[in-house]
Design a protein around this ligand. Structure first.
Ligand SMILES: Cc1ncc(COP(=O)(O)O)c(C=O)c1O
Length: 403
């Protein structure tokens, strides 16, 4: 694809109508960071207003109107509409970091005879920090995977990490910097064959690529709702536990929202069956309501159409990068094969930090990822081809190129 007219691409885009579902940006702004913080859906604003009104009117009685089960109701919507998972497998609760820790502890408790936990060197920091903390607490060995910084992990890299000492692999389905993906089903099968578990971090995958948790046989996963799911800053995260494991694994935090007869205030903890047994404490209903609105928009558009648009947007950005920016010192920091790439790309340049700042000064908003990447998020429901064209035109101008 070479310098195709972005307006022609936008008019042929079957998801173009979804851009109106988001609160408009300030005039002239090009937002290329929906993979860090998604834009607000208009419905989220309305729903937050409505839930606030309910709070004012119903007060404590709101808990009897469905608030108590909201983490699981929204979990079912996310499971069916986005994650390819069965009802009763997802809870929307707490933060990704806290969920990672809780699920990892429960997983490791089922493999105490094994001493190795695996994580990639270029994994998102919170995942690495959690692994380091767990290794210290439990005297485990860490096996570091060294995937290619652009192309990511090969199946050989991954297969070689499993042996009879491997308890758990924590891995992002889409790498936060390079957008490199892995084959979720193949990794899950390899782990299972070796008697290990995989805990997937779906933060950059949920709402950008199909993850098909049930058909891929996934055991455990967590992820954010504030990125491609447009749930709002700090929106509650999700956790997925395969039905067979939900009662077998023991979450380490025994909070009262996981108690079978919660309001009997009983003397002893008795965990409720199913995914509800993975809840902890009082959910943030206002934030959860905003997240629900974001999830509904994604589910309505459909993950296959979203994936197709994510590929088209990233292909368009890469074509412009090759034509305009590569001669000016930039290189692609994401896989060229669209099947191996999520919905963002990294543009590498030695002055990436300064360039990102200058882009933001000119109302083009990507983000900088140390040491040399301008990360360009192409959120399929809210980003247009015109946005990509305008954003990369500005970068070309900053680099001294001309149209
Ligand atoms: C892969 C990945 N995991 C986890 C997180 C963050 O988790 P939390 O919501 O707990 O800050 C992010 C945030 O950008 C992320 O990219």
């Amino acid at each position: 694809m070479r310098t195709t007219d972005p307006r022609a691409l936008d008019s042929a885009d079957p998801l173009a109508r979804f851009r109106d579902r988001f609160v408009p940006t300030e005039p002239g702004l090009v937002y290329l960071d929906g993979n860090s913080l998604g834009r607000p859906p208009k419905s989220a604003i309305d729903r937050v207003a409505a839930i606030t009104e309910t709070w004012s009117r119903r007060l404590i009685r709101g808990w009897e109107d469905g608030w108590l089960e909201l983490p699981l109701i929204v979990g079912d919507q996310l499971a069916a509409g986005v994650l390819g998972a069965e009802p009763g497998t997802v809870a929307v609760t707490d933060s990704t970091t806290v969920n990672l820790y809780r699920v990892a502890v429960a997983a490791l408790d089922t493999r105490t005879e094994r001493r190795t936990v695996v994580v990639e060197r270029s994994e998102f920091p919170t995942d690495r920090y959690i692994v380091e903390g767990l290794a210290r607490e439990r005297d485990l060995d860490i096996r570091w995977l060294h995937g290619d910084p652009v192309e990511g992990l090969t199946s050989d890299d991954i297969n070689s990490c499993f042996d009879d000492d491997t308890a758990l692999l924590i891995l992002s389905a889409v790498n936060y910097r390079s957008a490199a993906t892995v084959d979720i089903g193949a990794v899950t099968d390899a782990a299972r064959a070796a008697g290990a578990l995989v805990l997937w971090d779906l933060s950059h995958a949920a709402g950008s690529i199909p993850v098909n948790l049930t058909s891929n046989g996934v055991d455990l996963a967590v992820g954010c709702t504030y990125k491609y799911l447009n749930g709002g800053p700090g929106a509650p995260a999700f956790l997925y536990v395969r039905p067979e494991l939900q009662d077998q694994l023991r979450p380490p935090v025994q909070g009262w929202f996981a108690q079978a007869q919660q309001f009997e205030m009983g003397p002893r903890f008795q965990r409720r069956a199913g995914i509800g047994g993975w809840l902890v404490g009082t959910p943030g209903i206002i934030a959860l309501t905003a997240a629900q609105a974001g999830i509904e928009v994604v589910a309505e558009a459909g993950i296959d159409a979203i994936r197709a648009k994510g590929i088209a947007l990233t292909e368009f950005a890469i074509a412009l990068l090759d034509e305009w920016l590569a001669p000016l010192g930039c290189s692609l920091g994401a896989p060229r094969d669209p099947a191996r790439r999520g919905a963002h790309i990294s543009i590498r340049h030695p002055d990436a930090r300064r360039l990102t700042r200058e882009l933001i000064d000119r109302l083009v908003i990507p983000d900088y990822r140390a040491p040399d990447s301008i990360r360009v998020g192409l959120s399929p429901l809210s980003t247009s081809f015109e946005d990509v064209h305008r954003g990369l035109t500005t970068l070309r101008e900053l680099l001294g190129g001309s149209g």
